[in-house]
Design a protein around this ligand. Sequence first.
Ligand code: MLT
Length: 261
Amino acid sequence: MSTLHVERTGLQLGQGPVALFVHGFPLDHTMWSAQITDLADIATCLAPDLCGFGATPHDGSLKLSMERHADDLARVLDEADVERADVIGLSMGGYVALAMWELHAERFRSLVLVDTHAGADSPLRRDGRDETAEHLQQIHRAAFAREMLPKLVAPDATRAVRDELTSMIENTPVETILAGLRGMRDRVDRSGLLASIDVPTLVVCGELDTLTPPALSEEMVRMLPHGELALIEGAGHMAPMEAPEAVSAVLRAFLLGRARA
Ligand code: MLT
């Protein structure tokens, strides 16, 4: 099992709470750059690159399952000698956070699910993953990034955000993208798990997210015993990058107000 590259900002370990930021697909920890800067005065922020993404090398696995990433994240906490963290996951990062709840619930102080949902892929979506994988072997990653971008951001997203996302996607190795698609395609439905989440839970969603629209977030909040919803005005699926100040503000209020151990 690989050791993940982890970007660390904020308080010295042991001086306050630890926030663990889990990126989406096919991205890396830099998608959280604004939040790990903005929250550095109230938490130790750990932002890992999952296996194969960003600065963490791919270990050759043909499938990168949500459970495998979840185990890797528990190991990140072990290595930092952190018992419990505020786990914050966007999209695929949310699928991983839910797998982590299933496997390592004792490591959570709170949970934040951002632009994500708890269900499995529909049969149509599973087929779509296979088609994307096949297609990716024929086209360059730059073309793949161009196709993905409109689904990730709202129409008004800035050029800078689009460029950052494009470069993250283009820098993700093809073998990681393929293994990631297989992992997401085969992930299980974790909707039934939501009722067991007994820590404070914040659900954040860009109001213009078309990949995981607000209705899915509202549904999760109804199923969560301690869930609350924050909709981010004007943002799409990549709310933390498209509306960094608004997302940092809701995270700050949640972490300060709701999740004190
Ligand atoms: C992500 O943003 O992590 C992906 O869009 C998730 C997915 O494809 O299901």
